[in-house]
Design a protein around this ligand. Structure first.
Ligand SMILES: Nc1ncnc2c1ncn2[C@@H]1O[C@H](COP(=O)(O)OP(=O)(O)OP(=O)(O)O)[C@@H](O)[C@H]1O
Length: 272
């Protein structure tokens, strides 16, 4: 790798270093440290309450750490407000699209293009070129739906679509926000086993588009099949980071799901 490509790679590397989080007087995360390389699909696994969502919340500025640093390239994300994350190329999918179920697929995706701060929204509302901006948001939204083969759902309300299609539409919205680094919170939750392949396919497409993905998921087959590396967490700490098969078969990870009797892979699948 020459000096130029090293600089470019570093500009898109996510580095989380020594992050502690205290909420309501309780330490939720302790010394969480990992980094995510550009173009990588990085999975976070762990039992309920391990701290997975909290670490995503730290990366996109919803939760501020009490110690440690989070950097994306040379940007200190701890100083960026949540609604400014898109300016730095960070997009996030929703754990659930339930509150948006009356929107059409196109409306949800186009939301990713609209101003997302109060000041921006007020400016947008008063802007004489509002119609043009709305048309552009629609065009970009349609383009994103096309990229994921979802254009036939554009005018259908989310409530009429399967969970898998809703998840894909929401991933398309996160992409429209300009997300080079996509944070996906449980992309397979509520999605039936046979439809999970479509989510994996979307991840592969995002990878070919050069996006970096950090995802949380509870399905061991999905994470081992679709992630380049995994980080396992428990009780707010990192247990292991490495290749998916190695992490999923480590004794510490098995114990975290099963307690002391950590000796069956079947058990992990049951409890994940
Ligand atoms: N705002 C908060 N105040 C106090 N405790 C919180 C807060 N948010 C999360 N927690 C606690 O922090 C711990 C980690 O929560 P988090 O949601 O990050 O876990 P998780 O690994 O994502 O779990 P799940 O798989 O169930 O979504 C849990 O014990 C949770 O109850």
């Amino acid at each position: 790798m020459n000096a130029d490509s090293e600089v470019k790679t570093d500009a898109r590397r996510l580095r989380v270093d020594g992050v502690d989080v205290d909420l309501g007087g309780v330490r939720i995360l302790r010394g969480v440290t990992f980094d995510v390389r550009p173009g990588e699909v990085f999975g976070i696994v762990g039992p309920n309450g391990a701290g997975k969502t909290t670490i995503l919340n730290v990366i996109d500025g919803i939760v501020r750490p009490s110690a440690g640093t989070v950097r994306y390239g040379d940007v200190d994300l701890c100083r960026v407000r949540p609604h400014d994350m898109r300016k730095h190329g960070i997009g996030r999918s929703l754990q659930s699209t339930h509150y948006f179920r009356d929107l059409t697929a196109l409306q949800l995706v186009a939301l990713g293009e609209l101003p997302n701060s109060i000041v921006g929204a007020l400016r947008f509302a008063g802007h004489r070129k509002r119609r043009k901006a709305q048309a552009e948001a629609r065009d970009k939204g349609m383009e994103a739906l096309r990229q994921f083969g979802l254009e036939q759902y554009a005018n259908r309300p989310l409530s009429e679509l399967s969970s898998a299609v809703q998840k894909l539409v929401d991933i398309a919205r996160a992409v429209v926000t300009g997300g080079e680094l996509l944070l996906l919170d449980e992309p397979t939750s509520g999605v039936s086993g046979h439809e999970r392949g479509g989510i994996g396919e979307a991840l592969r497409r995002l990878r070919t588009l050069g996006r970096t993905i950090v995802l949380i998921d509870h399905d061991p087959g999905f994470v081992t099949g679709n992630c380049d590396r995994l980080m396992a967490m428990n009780f707010g700490e990192v247990l292991d980071v490495g290749l998916p098969d190695e992490v999923m078969s480590s004794e510490a990870v098995k114990r975290s799901y099963l307690g002391e009797s950590a000796n069956t892979d079947v058990g992990i699948e049951r409890d994940l």
